[in-house]
Design a protein around this ligand. Structure first.
Ligand code: GAL
Length: 419
């Protein structure tokens, strides 16, 4: 009797426990220990980087489960829209990708992010990252994200065979040299030697021409009010940019960066200006015959951006998100991620020997080059300015009205407080 009562009690307790677990599992329609990580890294080298980071997360946070919230589309073109509406309707992911600098400030001032300063102390991150980067991440004395990397935006990628066939043996270091190389490739039968994609890739190209024609200080001034967008040097840069577009594929407005990259891989183009996620993507796609150089005329300038991860207010699993953030900032996380992503670690304690050849050169350059920020990738400008600049270059891609482009950029800068 006694024993059967006990058994009955145990069964009841078991049932209650099971009900509790099931309830936990189902809360919010998913696993309570799931950490939804929201990015736009859905394919190729980007996904390879994310997968490698997840491998470290699985080791470091065994009680948590990674849930992939990626929305495909280069530079977050689609993801950022989805994210904005999720934040607005109060259904944030557990953590999302945001660029260090002005882009992050948008989320902070909208009250959408939790302060991570205590985590920085706990995880030893204040000492791990360079002071300049910490400054870019700090707002009103608080830090709201953990950087996973440093990417470089001002790199030209080449198809070596196409260049060899055209007799281009020297790396161009000036705009005139670049034009000469483009002419040589075109003369050899490649009608659109410069592979270009949709609006934000065009903005990247314009930014690098601006770096060449204005120099790093005046370029940086475009984003902090120090340089007038209506100046003669900007007019000259837009003319140079217009000239470069004359070498680009006509279907550019319909192409993502990976579609433009395919033109390069197929030998339908010889050059593509793109951030160094392209190194990882070409590697992931098995294309080995590529070269790279800093955009002609950019000299010792390193146009930087940093992918960082946040803890949104109202995240369903903040504890799991914190574990993800600790992994992102850890030396193992940064090594596994960056060796696959084409970027270099934001941490200063990495050993270059652990990295592929491209990243070793980027690490050396990052130590000595002059850093300038990127608007296309959030370190230089707010989301509003970026959207205005993207639509201005997209319009220019069709109408080629240089005056209208300069005017639109100047107006946007006044409106969004840049330049
Ligand atoms: C950038 C991002 C990079 C890379 C790139 C292309 O904005 O920082 O990590 O993903 O977009 O999608």
């Amino acid at each position: 009797m006694r024993s059967s009562r006990l058994t009955a009690m145990t069964a009841a307790a078991m049932a209650a426990l099971l009900a509790l677990t099931a309830c936990g599992d189902d809360a919010g329609g998913g696993d309570d220990n799931a950490v939804e990580v929201f990015t736009w890294w859905a394919d190729g080298g980007e996904k390879a980087g994310l997968d490698a980071l997840v491998g470290v997360f699985d080791d470091q946070c065994p009680a948590q489960t990674f849930e992939n919230g990626a929305v495909a589309g280069g530079a977050g073109a689609n993801a950022k829209q989805v994210l904005a509406s999720r934040l607005q309707t109060g259904s944030p992911p557990d953590t999302f990708q945001a660029h260090a600098g002005a882009e992050l400030v948008d989320y902070i001032t909208a009250g959408q992010l939790e302060d991570l300063s205590a985590g920085y102390d706990e995880w030893g991150l204040r000492e791990a990252f360079p002071d300049g980067l910490i400054e870019n991440l700090t707002y009103d004395g608080k830090i709201y994200s953990v950087p996973a990397n440093i990417h470089r935006a001002n790199v030209v990628w080449t198809n070596k065979q196409v260049l060899t066939d055209a007799g281009v043996t020297e790396t161009p270091t000036t705009m005139a040299g670049f034009i000469a190389a483009l002419d040589a490739v075109r003369a050899n039968g490649v009608s659109a030697p410069l592979a270009v994609g949709t609006d934000w890739t065009q903005l990247m190209l314009l930014e690098t021409v601006l770096i060449t024609d204005l120099g790093p200080q005046r370029f940086t001034g475009l984003w902090d009010g120090g340089t007038d967008w209506r100046g003669a040097d900007v007019t000259r840069a837009i003319a140079d940019y217009d000239r470069l577009l004359g070498y680009a594929n006509g279907d550019r407005d319909a192409l993502d960066w990976t579609d433009a990259e395919r033109l390069l891989m197929n030998g339908q183009a010889g050059f593509q200006l793109m951030g160094d996620w392209e190194a990882a993507d070409l590697d992931a796609k098995g294309f080995r015959d590529y070269g790279y150089f800093t955009f002609p005329g950019n000299g010792e300038t390193f146009q930087w951006l940093a992918d960082s991860f946040t803890l949104p207010r109202g995240a369903p699993n903040p504890e799991g998100a914190r574990c993800w953030l600790r992994t992102v900032g850890s030396s193992d996380g940064q090594r596994e991620f960056n060796t696959k992503k084409g970027s270099i670690p934001a941490r200063t304690d990495a050993d270059p020997a652990n990295y592929p050849a491209y990243q070793q050169t980027a690490m050396a350059d990052w130590r000595t080059a002059t850093p300038v920020p990127s608007c296309a990738h959030g370190s230089a400008c707010s989301q509003g300015m970026l959207e205005a600049a993207n639509s201005a270059v997209a319009k220019f891609s069709t109408d080629r009205d240089a005056g209208a482009l300069q005017d639109a950029l100047a107006q946007a800068a006044t409106r969004y407080g840049a330049g």
